[in-house]
Design a protein around this ligand. Sequence first.
Ligand SMILES: [Ca+2]
Ligand SMILES: [Ca+2]
Ligand SMILES: [Ca+2]
Length: 681
Amino acid sequence: MRKFYWLIALVIVASLALSACTTPAVETEAPVVEEPVAEEPVVEEPVVEEPVAEEPVALNPYLGSNKLDGNGAPATFFDDIHIRRGFSYAFDWQTVVDEIYQGEAVQSKVLSLVGMPGYDPDAPFYTMDLEKAAEEFKLADVDKDGIPAGEDPDDVWEMGFRLQMAYNTGNTTRQIYAEIMQANLATINEKFTVEVLGLPWPAYLAAQRAHKIPIMTAGWQEDIHDAHNWYQPYTTGTYGNRQNLPDDLKAQFKALLDEGVALVDPAARHEVYKGFNQLYFDQAVGIPVVLATSHGYEQKWIEGRVLNPIFSGDYYPTMTKTGGADLTTIVNASMGDTDTLDPALAYDTASGEVIQNVYETLVFYDGIATDKFIPQLAESWTTSEDGTVWTFTIRQVVKFHDGGDLTPSDVAYSFQRGLLQGGYSSPQWLLAEPFFGVGMDDISGLVDDFASADSRETLVANPADKLVAACETVKSKIVADDAAGTVTMTLAQPWGPFLATIAQSWGSVMDMEWTVANGGWDGSCDTWQNYYAMVSADDPFSPIANGTGPYKLDHWTPGEETVLVRFDEYWGEPAKTERVAIKIISEFGTRFAMMQAGEADFIDVPVEQRPQVDIYVGEIAIYDPEANAYKDPVPVCSVNTDLLGLDRFEVCETESDQPLTLYYGRPGLSQDVLIYNFLVE
Ligand SMILES: [Ca+2]
Ligand SMILES: [Ca+2]
Ligand SMILES: [Ca+2]
């Protein structure tokens, strides 16, 4: 899960981080600010293994008496499938859509999203149905005596329960989820008590990780537009672990996941994932909440913007402007600043945006498509019959900004460096799995079975031969042939989303000579361990950049601005506008004033400020789900901010004088899922 650059307090789903992009920054794992590590995307969450110490039985604070006595709930409460289904039928999606998203969201039915194998609008899903919920509660057997609660005087229907549903303080969205559960469960049975409890973020996170929270909100912002990136964390990965999913259920999911990810044919994958959806629904493992839909603004004078929701922010080279204060500079008034410009380490959308314009990858997205790829630094590629060997022919006569020439060796070095740098605060787990196998999500797994995960100090203490061997393995999997102009990558198994994985910023190519000269890894298997689990503050490549992209970094002044300038020796179509300025403006009022003055082409607008900006909308481009694209913009003649959703905008024939284009309605790529803890500790 990538970090969004949102500062916490904009509670609600915040707006469109990226102006017109759909990425509506739903609550991913909340306050990135308070949690520098964010939700590490640890696939298997190996770190969390705490020794099971003998402790005196302590009461779980979130389960009242911890008993089925009307004043609490037992630790195994959600182990009962009918309890999970009862809760699932008690949720109210429409209230979330209307109150949190002001009408601009759609219910999520399955974990996967539109445009990926596994997405199935006809799959079974839960809807609010309090009668069905009551039926399920009556079928539950919480005291496990074989008598369903509806006929059992000392089971949950007669006794009731009391538990706490926690949220991290300040996160209004999660608070409302809990309030919905509270109100609806009390309606079903007045003895059903949910207490809504706000906890400071560190306490909330710690309680989740310790498996203490009975029911929680699990947010995810996708890394790549692929079902595996959704199904894995919510079952066998991070959240499945937090839910204490029973081993047999986890094994069923894992079998489906392994089968699905190894298939390259989307139709074949879809069939496997249909089985996944069915199992997830039948077992009521969790309930996906909603997908916020796009509501992003740009000045009408901007042309050529490619609104691909899986981009990190914007891709600027295609854009031109025909108005505004300065025709030579595209200005984005933004809220989030770069963390690091090292492509192997960056794992947040603000850093990713700069990297995406300055560095390049072997393949890139085809226009607005999230699942189609075009050549970028690779001219072409082939795969072996069994799908494990990928040979990329590397583009010739490509210059780095600093003057170096791109060679296949640079490509191989960049991937090797990333994998060896590893670490769970980085995106490298996404590359490690295809190369090393499912579950082998960090280089430390090859060295000492993850004993040194995220600890350079521990890693370097390993015997030299082990360290060298791990590095040699990496080098054997990614081999450059400069004479032939190719790079050959050998995967541990076929990997359906491989192109999607290398199209992102962590697949960027650096110039080996420049990297070495600036204090990076020298390419030797004797030294790599000294760079393992790099953090942005220590990384020599955090503040500098040298890519092959259409823009080069002019300067980054942390907290103020990042300025990119056109690279005149770019191998491809040159950037259409000379400069890009991404300005960090934390105050909405200031961003808004810049937009009004024509000094900003895009601004970040939180949901609650939309009415203020909507009145300046002169045209609207509406998303068409059939085509999975926006239709051409049409004029808007009046805006009634008392109405919600699309009703707010009256479309007409005549041009409007208002200055903004609104992109409306494409579902975002992040969602919350309410998940139950099968065995509270
Ligand atoms: Ca019973
Ligand atoms: Ca009983
Ligand atoms: Ca080079």
